[in-house]
Ligand binder design. Structure first.
Ligand SMILES: NC(=O)c1ccc[n+]([C@@H]2O[C@H](COP(=O)([O-])OP(=O)(O)OC[C@H]3O[C@@H](n4cnc5c(N)ncnc54)[C@H](OP(=O)(O)O)[C@@H]3O)[C@@H](O)[C@H]2O)c1
Length: 306
């Protein structure tokens, strides 16, 4: 636990910065629930899978490769199935959707957890900046492909980040989705995390007449493998300050687990959550027109890559 934990207060619900995934799910039975989690082989995804399995959920664990996903399933030692889902490759995402559909007719929760952060140099997939493509487009295709399987009271949880505030002023720079005009590692990460928020906004709007929900999460700042693509100097600095101000992985997975299964959030949708409570995002993350514009663009990109 970091020193910082001692200075942070709890929300009205008694949960806060220092709450762990085990604490926030204490007493909740997930028997009979199926929960799909992307990026299960590392950091927050792995802890989320472990704790939700511990509460009785059947876990659909996805990773870039089937081997990595299966390894997590072996570690979970519960009812779990591994799937390959390379989010930067629409073919792999669509194969994952088909494989999941062969296994089940119903999913209770989809957790879009996988992500990459602050790539030191511009990288692309299919002509799009890689963080935008992996963190947003990959999950956009996955969720839309699985939406019909979502239970009547099903939930979508998308890992965004407080770093969404670093997105361009316009929210999404639609004229620079390939990153060629200009590239800044943190601005591009911020844009991808802003895209996660706008995706949740529009998704929750489309689910309005149902009991299905979609919410976004800032997990906190946690020392996981997320820094691996950063400039090595920045990554080193990140690791030095980690013990002072960062959450543990157990604390980092708490808000995701809260969003995924806590009864307090039944019928709560379109929200940004942090420290296991509703939080405030940048104002333009609530911009309906921007969210619809991104949705349309994402549909176009997905359709083009069939
Ligand atoms: N840690 C933090 O401080 C922090 C703060 C705010 C938000 N977040 C968000 O929390 C989420 C989880 O991050 P983490 O801290 O647990 O990081 P992590 O330890 O690096 O885990 C990220 C996971 O995403 C997977 N992934 C990356 N690229 C992928 C791709 N193209 N296709 C499929 N899977 C891919 C990774 O797989 P490989 O291991 O195979 O690469 C890994 O399983 C991310 O969305 C991140 O943006 C983290």
């Amino acid at each position: 636990m970091s020193l910082y934990s001692f200075f942070k207060s709890k929300g009205k619900n008694g949960f806060g910065y220092a709450t762990t995934a085990e604490q926030v799910t204490s007493g909740i039975s997930l028997d009979g629930k199926t929960i799909l989690i992307t990026g299960c082989n590392s950091g927050l995804g792995k802890e989320t899978a472990r704790v939700l399995a511990m509460r009785g959920a059947r876990i659909f664990a996805t990773a870039r490769t089937k081997e990595n996903a299966d390894q997590v399933c072996n570690e979970i030692g519960h009812d779990s199935i591994g799937f390959a889902c390379e989010l930067s490759d629409p073919k792999s995402v669509r194969e994952c959707i088909s494989s999941v559909k062969k296994e089940t007719k119903k999913i209770d929760v989809i957790i879009c957890n996988a992500g990459i952060m602050a790539l030191a140099k511009l990288q692309q997939s299919h002509g799009y900046e890689l963080q935008f493509f992996t963190n947003h487009i990959g999950h956009f295709i996955l969720v839309n492909g699985l939406l019909k399987l979502l239970a009547d009271d099903g939930r979508i949880v998308v890992l965004s980040s407080g770093a969404h505030v670093m997105a361009p002023e316009s929210g999404i720079d639609f004229d620079n989705l390939d990153g060629k005009k200009s590239y800044s590692p943190w601005k591009a990460y911020g844009q991808s995390k802003m895209a996660n928020l706008l995706f949740v906004k529009e998704l929750s709007r489309s689910l309005e007449r149902t009991s299905k929900t979609a919410n976004a999460v800032h997990p906190g700042v946690i020392s996981t493998n997320i820094g691996r693509h950063m400039n090595p100097v920045a990554n080193f600095a990140f690791s030095l300050i980690a013990p002072l101000g960062f959450k543990s992985v157990a604390q980092g997975a708490a808000t995701t687990c809260y969003a995924a299964v806590h009864p307090e959030l039944n019928n709560v949708s379109g929200k940004y959550l942090a420290d296991c409570n509703i939080a405030k995002s940048r104002d333009d993350a609530d911009d309906v027109d921007l969210a619809q514009k991104l949705w349309k663009k994402s549909e176009e990109i997905a359709a083009k890559l069939k």
